[in-house]
Design a protein around this ligand. Structure first.
Ligand code: NAD
Length: 239
């Protein structure tokens, strides 16, 4: 029998993409999944940046299921760069990406079951950047640091880890050529690559892992890039 049968899982941003894949993986294992997403659908519809919405959502989860085994903070923060990003945009990204995961954790504190696990979806962008991505990157840096802080504060109550995806194609396309081959593993990631790790980190097999970040990026953050090596060419005209 699956060790996830009957477990109660909360997933933010679970309507599509990586969150959906994590939800589907838990559902296949017999878990009870509660989703909140801003997109309309058969889940709790709401914006995680709104405090009252989070309080209503947490209330409805506890009324229906009584406790939480696993919390997956996955909703996607806004990505805007320093040229275009306003004060409001930047704060919105941080609220979705950092404050909501913090506040949902706080709301569920009295209701985490023994063996509880929290997974924060960070990004390899918490440690590397493209230009014009400040709001997203700051949110991802925030959730990465929040992860180890919570792991210590929640010691004995819940393990808290993050997963940092690299490029994950959520459109089920067949990406070939340079986009795939530039990755040390030779392909772009799939949502299932992240879902598998989320299930592992929630399982008893990961019982000695807390406060950790697992980067799942096909090796992209480990590759040293030099002009003329491994298929990489630097073109000054593109600067
Ligand atoms: P996605 O756009 O496919 O799905 C994100 C989901 O979050 C959507 O269902 C959306 O409606 C929901 N959402 C967005 N804002 C919300 C809000 N304010 N309140 C409630 N729901 C909200 O994105 P994805 O690629 O599956 O990303 C999932 C997570 O993985 C994100 O945290 C993202 O930063 C992270 N990530 C993704 C990649 C990638 O390449 N896809 C890489 C690194 C990190």
């Amino acid at each position: 029998m699956s060790s996830f049968k009957g477990k109660v899982v909360v997933i933010t941003g679970g309507a599509q993409g990586i969150g959906r894949a994590i939800a589907d993986a838990f559902i296949r294992e017999g878990a009870i999944v509660h989703i909140i997403d801003i997109k309309l659908g058969e889940w709790f519809v709401g914006d995680v940046s709104d405090r009252a919405t989070l309080e209503r959502f947490a209330d409805s989860v506890i009324r229906q299921s009584g406790h939480v085994d696993y919390l997956i903070n996955n909703a996607l923060p806004l990505m805007k760069g320093i040229d275009e990003c306003t004060w409001e945009d930047f704060n919105y990204a941080l609220t979705v990406g950092v404050t909501a995961p913090f506040y949902l954790t706080k709301l569920f504190m009295p209701n985490f079951a023994p063996g509880a696990s929290i997974i924060n979806i960070a990004s390899s962008r918490d440690r590397m950047s493209q230009p014009q991505t400040e709001s997203y990157t700051a949110a991802k840096g925030g959730i990465a640091a929040l992860t180890h802080a919570l792991a210590i504060s929640l010691a004995g109550k819940a393990r808290v880890n993050s997963i940092s995806p690299g490029w994950i194609d959520t459109t089920d396309s067949d990406i070939r050529g340079a986009d795939a081959l530039q990755q040390p593993v030779g392909r772009v990631g799939k949502p299932e690559d992240i879902a598998e790790m989320a299930l592992f980190l929630c399982s008893g097999k990961a019982g000695f892992i807390t406060g950790e970040d697992i980067c799942i990026d096909g090796g992209m953050t480990k590759l040293m890039i030099y002009h003329g090596e491994h298929g990489w060419d630097y073109h000054t005209s593109q600067k």
